[in-house]
Design a protein around this ligand. Structure first.
Ligand code: FPP
Ligand code: MG
Length: 308
């Protein structure tokens, strides 16, 4: 049997086994776009647009908790946003600092045990925002029932570059062996924060781009992506539920593909891996359309002569 096929098969099984599939996404990441266009259409300025956007942010946090999502990552300020006019930028910093503090003081955050964390080059932010981040992180540090990541001064490439630099320095200092660099080690160096793989990215405002957002956790994980037209301040519960549905549809077809791949791989594996593979296929076989499911029988598939 070809080793590449075996490796690919085992890696796929590992991922399948690690993943809990229970219908909805576990980790949703949102690109909150369209605040200024919304404001312009309503005769307001950029600052009013961001304030209206912040109200949506609060609602969405609530919906995520209501629908059993366990982690939410919000793109609140990108590295590109530093280029915005100073007046708008300073207002956004004020707003972020205020919201981080008010989240951390909200009873519900404590009742629901929400851990608030910032990801990004936070050292680039003004002191008042850094203080607010510290305040929110410290007040919620003991919690882990729900994770709210606020991406501020965040850029995906910058995140990967920084992790790469750290790893290279550690290798140069002899702290790690380059041969030991694997996905888990890189993940460990990404902004020092444990972030789960992203299941669903939502982007409002009509642009169909993922804009340097979570390249490792979302794009590397092939997250489902839901692009929608409403500006962020207009994003409502129906849009949110449509996003969840997009994830569920994608997940269903993903399960079907895995079951089919699993069947093909069953023919190639032997020994303990064969038993493992059988269990995985059994777990996903219900996702196959009825004729395929009825035609399928693990023992038949694997009773032929072993391949090389
Ligand atoms: C993008 O719309 C939005 C932002 C750059 C800011 C997002 C921040 C908030 C909604 C504040 C609240 C967030 C938290 C986490 C408390 P845009 O300005 O690019 O609008 P446009 O696309 O219409 O120009
Ligand atoms: Mg925009």
């Amino acid at each position: 049997m070809h080793s590449w096929l075996r490796d690919a098969g085992l890696a796929a099984y590992e991922r399948l086994l690690e993943r809990e599939i229970d219908g909805g996404p576990t980790h949703v990441a949102i690109i909150q776009d369209g605040n200024r266009r919304y404001a312009r259409e309503h005769g307001g300025d950029a600052n009013e647009g961001h304030e209206a956007g912040a109200e949506t942010t609060e609602q969405v946090l609530q919906w995520c908790q209501d629908y059993g999502i366990e982690e939410l990552t919000l793109y609140a300020f990108s590295t590109e946003n530093f280029e915005r006019p100073a007046e708008e930028r300073e207002h956004l910093f004020d707003l972020l600092a205020e919201k981080l503090r008010s989240f951390a003081d909200t009873d519900r955050i404590h009742e629901e045990e929400v851990s608030i964390r910032a990801i990004g080059r936070t050292g680039r932010l003004p002191e008042r925002v850094r203080d607010a981040i510290r305040y929110a992180e410290d007040r919620t540090a003991e919690y882990d029932r729900f994770v709210l990541n606020v991406a501020v001064a965040y850029g995906g490439r910058a995140e990967l570059l920084e992790a790469t630099r750290t790893v290279v320095e550690e290798a140069a200092d002899g702290e790690i062996d380059p041969g030991d660099v694997d996905a888990a080690l890189i993940e460990d160096r990404l902004y020092d924060r444990p972030v789960r793989d992203v299941d669903l990215i939502i982007r409002t405002g009509g642009d169909e781009r993922t804009s340097n957002f979570l390249p490792w956790h979302a794009n590397g994980n092939e997250a489902a992506v839901y692009f929608c037209a409403p500006y962020w301040p207009e994003f409502d519960k129906i849009d949110f539920l449509r996003g969840i549905r997009t994830y569920e549809h994608r997940e269903e077809s993903w399960r079907r593909t895995r079951a089919r791949r699993g069947l093909a791989l069953l023919r190639e594996l032997g020994g303990a891996e064969l038993e493992e593979a059988k269990r995985v296929v059994e777990r996903f076989r219900d996702s196959l359309p009825t004729p395929e499911r009825e035609a399928y029988n693990v023992d038949e598939v694997t009773s032929g002569p072993p391949s090389d």
